[in-house]
Ligand binder design. Structure first.
Ligand code: ATP
Ligand code: MG
Length: 267
């Protein structure tokens, strides 16, 4: 579903007068049915990596294969139609006065404006089905701008599923959510993994507590480089996570849920 080899992204920094490597030689494979979490400090390159995975940017060097197509060799617009993407920018750009079900239906053609004339009753049936999957059916008639952050995130998840994506990418979907909001999102991801066992997902997060128990793999990124990637229990060790964030962290995992505690030295 995703295959990156030596993927490198560089940008010219006029303030520094040199090239910056936002991603540096990333090798990464995501197979069908895998659920990845990406962790790393601010500026590690997580969003840059998601933009490659979402065919929203091309590598400066190396190769990126998304859903079997190599970026740079194909029309990325058609490829993007097969990818569900949720990030903070999307939440801001959607119209607040749409109802929950209308918001979800904008995902049918992945547009910001509801293409009412192209919509069929089947679209609405499907939107409501997906809202049921993420426990958002009670939001069908509520205006998007009146929904809480957590409710909005669940609607955006349903929206991202509207066009039947073959890959789902979520960049910090739990940011700004309180405990019930976060748990609602985690539950939605678990239901999704059960309902669509083949659909691979990649979720960027800052907090181990936000990792859904359906997560199968983890990737740690620091300074544009992959520190570790593989089965979640092998990657999320105290040593590796401490290395990644540059602070001593004690990681604990129980029944698929994860937590991190930083040890503060007195004095
Ligand atoms: N167009 C650009 N030109 C120069 N630098 C850029 C550009 N885009 C991103 N960067 C820099 O690249 C680095 C990686 O950015 P990216 O957004 O991928 O980080 P991130 O891991 O998602 O961070 P965060 O946790 O804060 O979201 C950052 O230092 C950022 O300032
Ligand atoms: Mg980011």
């Amino acid at each position: 579903m995703l295959k990156l080899r030596g993927a490198t992204v560089t940008r010219w920094s006029s303030s520094l007068g040199r090239e910056l490597r936002l991603l540096d030689g990333v090798d990464w494979d995501v197979a069908a049915g895998e659920h990845w979490v990406i962790l790393g400090p601010n500026g590690a390159g997580k969003t840059t990596l998601m933009h490659l995975a979402g065919a929203m940017a091309q590598p400066s060097a190396g190769t990126v294969e998304v859903l079997g197509s190599t970026l740079g060799r194909i029309d990325i617009r058609t490829l993007r139609e097969s990818i569900g993407f949720v990030d903070a920018r999307l939440a801001r750009s959607l119209r607040g006065n749409y109802t929950g079900v209308q918001t979800v239906m904008t995902g049918a053609f992945n547009t910001i404006i509801l293409q009412a004339r192209r919509l069929t009753p089947e679209h609405e049936t499907r939107a409501r089905e997906l809202m049921g999957l993420v426990s958002a059916l009670d939001l069908a008639e509520r205006r998007f701008e009146d929904c809480s952050q957590g409710e909005r995130q669940r609607l955006l998840l349903a929206r991202a599923l509207m066009a039947e994506p073959r890959l789902l990418l979520l960049d910090e979907p739990a940011s700004g959510l309180d405990l019930p909001g976060r748990e609602g999102l985690v539950a939605a991801l678990v239901s999704l993994a059960r309902d669509r066992p083949e659909l691979p997902t990649v979720t960027v997060t800052h907090h181990l507590e936000e990792i859904a128990p359906s997560t199968t793999h983890a990737l740690l990124l620091r300074g544009g480089r992959v520190l570790a990637a593989g089965p979640v229990a092998e990657v999320l060790t105290s040593e590796r996570v401490s290395d990644c964030f540059g602070v001593p962290v004690e990681v604990s995992g129980r029944r698929g849920r994860w937590a991190a505690a930083v040890e503060h030295q007195p004095g």
